[in-house]
Design a protein around this ligand. Sequence first.
Ligand code: SF4
Length: 301
Amino acid sequence: MVDIVHPRSAGRALEAAELLAWFDEHARELPWRAPGVSAWQILVSEFMLQQTPVARVLPIWLDWVARWPTPSATAAAGPGEVLRAWGKLGYPRRAKWLHDCAVRIAAEHDDTVPDDVETLLGLPGVGSYTARAVACFAYRRPVPVVDTNVRRVVARAVDGVAEPGSPAPVRDEAAVAALLPADDVAPRFSAALMELGALVCTARAPRCGVCPLSSCRWREAGYPASTAPARRTQRYAGTDRQVRGRLLDVLRAATGPVTRGQLDLAWTTDPAQRDRALDSLLVDGLVEQTGAGLFALCGEG
Ligand code: SF4
């Protein structure tokens, strides 16, 4: 952690002008931020970016929006093809929800993503974060957008603690809403806050020496240690998530339904775990069984 030279200004909330000036200079050129990107394409990026790093999302998103630029094009592709295109982004229920979302928007919203948070919240797989991110970034609504990065920056700069507490959407959104500047710059401020958390105020190694904020209560307090219980690193190898991924790989690669025997070969270490993973894929609607007892991606049975 680099030490600081900023003047103290305790008591001042996070300074919007400093953050916006930094963002003007340092914002990454991400394709979903480019002019002319549609609300649907922004919604697709938000689905993909939940729990998946930007570098892995980029190539998939670019292919995706070139292939299916609108909700109706995505809906027409069918859920199995959408799941196939999702590739190795992980957490594949997001792909199913995205297809369900496309179907609803095409059928009920004239192929146009709704622009208000309440209607967005009614769409499949759209939670508080995604609804606000789409309203803010696609439609420039001055609503608070709170992701992990934002919660961390606010915890440090405003609350003076190393890490945010457990997520509490209503409280967290109110805290960020209180920081938003005038409506016309609020969406850019929200993007800048997220970017600061992603690039500078990172979880493990905040780069305070290059931080644009002249006031940060955690820094000013001398970086008091976190009192939160240590987080366990999530492993992937050997988990049900990995087994589900292997089973889906078999189905993605197949041109039609496959036998139970073909799926069994995907994970031979622990048959009970494999059965559990397959059951969960069936329950989630990602896989379906045909009348002949074969298995296929959703919509392809
Ligand atoms: S906001 Fe983060 S990066 Fe900036 S000074 Fe505070 S702890 Fe450091």
